[in-house]
Design a binder for this molecule. Structure first.
Ligand SMILES: [Ca+2]
Ligand SMILES: [Ca+2]
Length: 280
């Protein structure tokens, strides 16, 4: 476990003369610095990075990153290899994971909106696992003549709970004669705003007619594996979870209540959906 990496700021010796000014600026930044502000070096030979931004487009599940660059006199543009962002995730336990490094462009391609407007940008597919939560850091760097400028933006990720949209199955079951079994297929349609990939499992507990819980109160899990014969599931990975239950002549008659929940990979649990079944 580690705290977030602190990027190395490269200060060339020629800036020693500006040391006092920098100390004064640093104390100002203590009071005025905040997320999303570029920290441009006070040196006219270095590019100044401002308005760093990283955002997530929920429609196409891609990140957009951009930073405005003011180049020093005599430098007209930055090659893509000299301007980039490094993306990190600090999860809710404080663990820091590097995710990706993306070079930026200012030629109107790859997600950059306007060419040659000084805003270097890119759009790229999310490297995050579905349902990731924590804080994403975008550290932007520009390199000119061996000197680096840097700015940071942060983005807080929020995991959303899964939901069970519907449950289907017989609401009345007739006990079979001794030596036979009755089969019924239960299905639960689950969803998660972070994507179906974020659903870890869907299960239910059974409250019996005598008010005790079946299976020692442990959930019985359904499957979304497309296995029709064993699980009664029609399509793998479609969010509809299925199970074939067996009723025997020895099962108690009366009213049973199935209580369904879905859980995602962050451990968030859906609201409970109740499905009563009368066994005759
Ligand atoms: Ca989720
Ligand atoms: Ca399915």
């Amino acid at each position: 476990m580690s705290v977030r990496r602190i990027p190395t700021y490269i200060a060339p010796p020629m800036k020693l003369a500006l040391g006092l000014v920098q100390i004064a600026l640093a104390s100002l930044l203590l009071f005025y610095g905040c997320d999303g502000n570029g920290v441009g070096p006070s040196d006219e030979d270095l590019p100044i990075l401002s308005s760093p931004q990283g955002s997530f487009d929920d429609r196409d599940k891609r990140f957009y990153v951009a930073v405005t660059v003011t180049l020093p006199a005599g430098v007209t543009s930055l090659d893509s290899s000299n301007i980039w962002t490094e993306m990190f995730l600090v999860d809710t336990t404080g663990v820091d994971s590097p995710l990706t490094q993306i070079n930026l462009v200012d030629d109107g391609s790859g997600g950059d909106i306007l060419p040659q407007d000084g805003v270097y940008a890119r759009k790229f597919s999310s490297p995050l696992a579905a349902g990731s939560s924590g804080t994403v850091y975008f550290d932007f760097y520009a390199l000119v003549d061996g000197d680096t400028s840097m700015a940071t933006d942060t983005l807080h990720l929020v995991n959303l709970r899964p939901v069970i949209l519907s449950v289907s199955g017989s609401d009345t079951l007739i006990r079979p004669p001794e030596g036979f079994i009755t089969l019924d297929t239960l299905r639960a349609v689950a969803a998660d705003p972070d994507g179906l990939d974020d659903i870890r499992r869907v299960g239910f507990t059974v409250l019996k007619p005598d008010s005790t819980l079946a299976n020692q109160g442990q959930p019985i899990y359904l499957a979304d594996n497309g296995d029709r014969s064993l699980w009664g599931d029609l399509i793998a990975g479609d969010g509809t979870y299925s199970i074939i239950i067996r009723l025997e002549s020895t099962n108690d008659p009366g009213r049973y209540v199935y209580r369904f929940t879905a859980e995602d990979y962050s451990g968030a649990v859906s609201d409970t959906v109740y499905h009563p079944v009368v066994v005759q």
